[in-house]
Design a protein around this ligand. Structure first.
Ligand SMILES: [Zn+2]
Length: 85
């Protein structure tokens, strides 16, 4: 739905883009995130990279997709993490 405003479940074109997603209820200011550690076994300085999730929502059936704002950064961190094994 991100690149094409059509719901893959019901073919509706009533798509709401880039909706903020919160992890502690409607009035929280804490956005839902993913965290990827370059060095997950380190005590400190794990090389943590955070990605904020945003939702694309179908206004007809409610189907929702989540996307990161910075996927390239997280993939680079993932590659750095697996190259240290
Ligand atoms: Zn739909």
């Amino acid at each position: 739905m991100k690149n094409q405003p059509v719901c893959p479940k019901c073919n509706s074109t009533q798509v709401i883009p880039e909706v903020q997603v919160f992890d502690q209820g409607q009035y929280s200011d804490t956005h839902l995130k993913v965290a990827l550690h370059e060095k997950p076994d380190a005590w400190l300085f794990k090389g943590t990279h955070l990605g904020v999730l945003k939702a694309w929502i179908c206004g007809t059936c409610g189907y929702t997709e989540l996307y990161l704002a910075n996927p390239q950064e997280l993939y680079a961190a993932y590659q750095a993490a697996i190259s240290k094994d």
